[in-house]
Write a protein that binds this ligand. Structure first.
Ligand code: ATP
Length: 390
């Protein structure tokens, strides 16, 4: 087993594209790290450099303390699992899993023992004599994982391994991957573009954009303390609402009302060149139907009234889309600011607010509804650079 260290690693392709820029990342021995970000952000290139499938243009890569920039993939002692599982169709499950061990010229008895162990962990024992054609998609992907784990490599690298599976199977396989990683304790780097997968799987999540790391941290930390607009918009579903906010006479003027400014933010805004126009971020789940908020909780937030556009009942809760007066005039401008700063998905633009209210709410489309929101959960961003000031 081994730690993996990327020290100012960059990748410039011959056509001039810089796919990865000065990436610094320390992955501890046994850690499960997820690389996530929109298409083209450089996550696969980063993984391929760790695997040795792409050269490193500059910087240093160390696995288990050793510089491996110039080591061939097969000498790095790592196993890769891809989205297309490429099993050999003429071989049985057992033969497929045994393949890398046979290549390594291991003796028959050891191979059988290792395959049996891996099959047990992956619940494939009863399928060992089948051919891939007679397996479900999830079972095939488990065989592909089995082929990676029999070798007991120093690390697993996985590139969107579940993205070919249907939604339900993907959720099931997530638990398989997660359990497997814990059981084996092998350092794992896992690439996905799916923020839900990122949030549920890893010890730590690395959010990338445009070849650079935006933020690294445990999932809950990224959700609670996104350090910029991009991370705030990328993590969470439905995504965070963004609204214009103007600093005026010590308060924040917004479409939801005038909000108090806490001491810490006040200090941030004291300088003469401090921004006067900010972006307010509120997650959908930090709203509630005002009728359902108890006295104690009420004091932690504020209320406003808005026309209800659409109600989507999800069973456990309701997604309620509101039209916020006054936000509309600056929505286009705000959208541009947020796009510049890199907000991924601009929910809330056009002054429509996405809220997630309790299932017990009797809210109906077309009415004006009183809605509460939690003042302790607000985020404020500087539109000039996207930085979270809260
Ligand atoms: P996706 O989720 O779509 O797979 P990604 O985040 O994995 O995206 P990469 O595949 O790492 O992104 O690509 C990063 C950037 O490098 C992209 O802009 C891509 O077009 C570019 N790129 C990738 N391979 C090459 C190549 N061989 N030559 C030139 N540019 C490349």
């Amino acid at each position: 087993m081994a730690d993996i260290v990327l020290d100012k690693v960059s990748k410039k392709f011959p056509d001039g594209t810089t796919a990865v820029r000065d990436v610094d990342l320390e992955i501890a021995d046994g850690e499960f790290v997820i690389l996530v970000g929109p298409s083209g952000c450089g996550k696969s290139t980063t993984l391929n450099m760790i695997a040795g499938l792409e050269d490193i243009s500059s910087g240093e890569l160390r696995i288990g303390g050793q510089r491996v920039n110039d080591k061939a993939p097969r000498d790095r002692d790592i196993a890769m699992v891809f989205q297309s599982y490429a099993l050999y169709p003429n071989m049985t499950v057992r033969e497929n899993m045994a393949f890398p061990l046979r290549l390594a010229k291991m003796d028959r008895a050891t191979i059988d023992q290792k395959v049996d162990e891996a099959a047990k962990v992956l619940e494939l024992t009863s399928l060992l004599d089948r051919k891939p054609a007679n397996l479900s998609g999830g079972q095939r992907q488990r065989v592909a994982m089995g082929r990676a784990i029999v070798r007991q490599p120093k690390a697993f690298l996985m590139d969107e391994p579940l993205s070919n599976l249907d939604a339900k199977l993907r959720v099931q396989m997530r638990t398989v991957v997660s359990r497997l990683q814990k059981q084996l304790g092998t350092t794992t780097v896992y690439v996905t573009h799916d923020q839900t997968e990122a949030m549920t799987l890893g010890d730590r999540v690395v959010i990338m954009r445009g070849g650079a790391i935006q933020q690294v941290g445990p999932p809950q930390e990224l959700y609670d303390h996104p350090n910029n607009l991009f991370v705030a918009g990328f993590i969470g579903s439905p995504s965070m609402n963004f609204l214009p906010a103007t600093v005026e006479e010590g308060r924040l003027r917004t479409a939801l009302g005038d909000l108090p400014i806490g001491d810490r933010i006040r200090r941030e805004l004291e300088g003469a060149d401090a921004p006067r126009e900010l972006i307010l971020g509120i997650r959908p789940e930090h709203f509630e139907d005002a009728e359902l908020v108890d006295e104690q909780t009420r004091d932690r937030g504020m209320e406003f009234t808005a026309p209800v556009d659409i109600v989507e009942s999800m069973g456990s809760d309701k997604y309620v889309y509101l039209t916020v007066e006054g936000g509309r005039a600056t929505a286009a401008e705000l959208e541009e600011l947020a796009a510049d700063a890199g907000a991924a998905d601009f929910a809330g633009a056009g002054s429509n607010l996405v809220t997630r209210l309790s299932a017990e709410s009797t809210v109906t489309e077309g009415e004006d509804r009183r809605v509460w929101f939690n003042l302790e959960k607000l985020h404020l961003f500087d539109p000039s650079n996207g930085r979270n000031l809260t």
